[in-house]
Every structure is written in C-alpha cells, then in structure tokens.
Design a protein. Structure first.
Length: 258
C-alpha cells in the first residue's frame, strides 16, 4: 500500500504517542494535516545545512516566499531541526548512530501517524572518501560495518540483534542517472563504511588517542577499498536498517571532502 510501517505492537495500546525529541505528538498536533502530503525526506547532520537545503528546495520548486521565512517545525526542541518545502521534509540528525537512530524512530512514527504513502528518504551530507577524487559524490549501494560486512549490530536487552543494511538499488541507479545532468562533480556508486567514531574508528592519526601506526592505517584502508568501500561516515548502517525494516525507500548520497 506504500504506507510507512511501524513494527511495534505496543504503539496500538498507547493513548498518545509523544515524539519527544521532535516536540510533536499525536494529541498535540494534527500530523496527517501537517505531513500527510510528504513524499520526500532529506536528512543530514547539521541544522544549518538542512535549513539551507529547505530554502534551496523552496526556490527549486517555485514555492511562494523568499526562503528566509522557512521555519523550524521542531523549534520547541533543541535536539533536531525540521523544515519543509512543499512535499519535501528536511531534518537534521546530529552525528553518529545513536543520534540518527533516535531521530529516525520518531520520524518513522511521524510518517506512519500522518498516513504518508510512497515516501523516499535520502541521507545527504559529507564524508571521508577512499581512493576517489575530492568533491566526488558517493551514492551508497550497501552500508557496511568496520569489518566490511552489510550488517547493523545492536544490543537489545542483552542480545545482539543483526539487521540487513541493503539500500534501494533502483533508487541508487536513478540518482546516478540524474547526476549525469550535473557536470560539476563526479558521481559513483559504492559501499559506504559506517564507524562508531570519527577518530580512531576511521583511522585518523590526530585524535586524543591513537593506538596504531600510519602503516597499519594504510593497510586497513587498502583492505576497505578492495572490499568496495568508497567513503566512510558514522550513520549509514543504522539508516539503512531502519528504513528497510519500515518500508521506506532509502538512499545515502555523501560528498567527499578530504
């Protein structure tokens, strides 16, 4: 039916569902009226960038307003920022798996309560590239963990739960086809490696701790490249797992800055 799914039977027993970190709720807000026509959701780490993206979309879609009047729907919360431009929702998620996971749980419930259909969600932002030209955009076909495996492992009540991280391959090909009309930057499809840390977890030598040599770092990054990894970030496995389980067509597009 194209509806956004929730896989939690406890929600049906709740008198009210409070989306605490978004400052929204099923009793305090008319979610179908506010969000029922949303077709695209773009998420990224920075509130400032997501506001700028919403302003850009407002102009691209030819909507009324100057762009400066885009307002934060989640202004009552200091955790995330949310903006909309027509059928496009733009939301920040902070840095790392814990932060994006909290946002996605509440976003998915929001889309479910709003009875949205056929929603496409795209994660946009920056990443560290691997063996590619600076300024390239990597469209993720599969999110992998630090062992280059397509999985998201989470401890739930003491048990390790493993979930698939496959993303929508048709959407990846569609985005790649769209990129051919924009000659300003090279675009490719590849694996995205998700880590739990920005410094040691990504092989950086400039953190407060460093437990490896530069030779060990290069050996690991070569193995990652040979496994198909083309960029590294900190959210993609959780993003892919949650989107896949809840019936959202999802994709990650990350630009390589360094």
């Amino acid at each position: 039916s194209g509806l956004v799914l929730v896989k939690n039977p406890h929600l049906d027993l709740m008198e009210e569902d409070v989306l605490y970190h978004l400052d929204l709720g099923t009793k305090t807000h008319n979610l179908p009226a506010m969000f029922g026509d949303i077709k695209f959701v773009c998420v990224g780490g920075s509130p400032r960038r997501m506001r700028a993206f919403a302003q850009f979309m407002q102009q691209e879609l030819g909507l009324a307003g100057t762009g400066e009047d885009v307002s934060d729907i989640c202004a009552g919360s200091d955790r995330y920022a949310m903006y909309r431009a027509g059928p496009v929702l733009s939301i920040s998620h902070g840095m790392g798996i814990p932060s994006i996971s909290i946002m996605l749980h509440e976003l998915i419930k929001l889309l479910h309560h709003a009875r949205c259909r056929d929603v496409t969600i795209i994660r946009i932002g920056t990443s560290g590239g691997l063996g590619i030209e600076a300024g390239s955009v990597v469209i993720t076909d599969t999110a992998v963990d630090s062992s280059f495996q397509p999985r998201f492992e989470q401890v739930v009540l003491g048990d390790v739960v493993v979930r698939s991280t496959q993303l929508d391959k048709d959407l990846a090909e569609e985005l790649l086809a769209c990129s051919r009309d924009i000659p300003d930057f090279p675009t490719l499809i590849g694996h995205t490696m998700c880590t739990y840390d920005f410094y040691e977890g990504q092989g950086r030598l400039d953190g407060a701790l460093c437990s490896f040599s530069s030779e060990k770092k290069l050996e690991y990054l070569r193995k990652a490249y040979d496994a198909g990894v083309r960029n590294i970030e900190m959210e993609s496995t959780a993003f892919a797992a949650l989107c896949g389980l809840c019936g959202l067509k999802g994709e990650c597009c990350r630009s390589h800055l360094h």
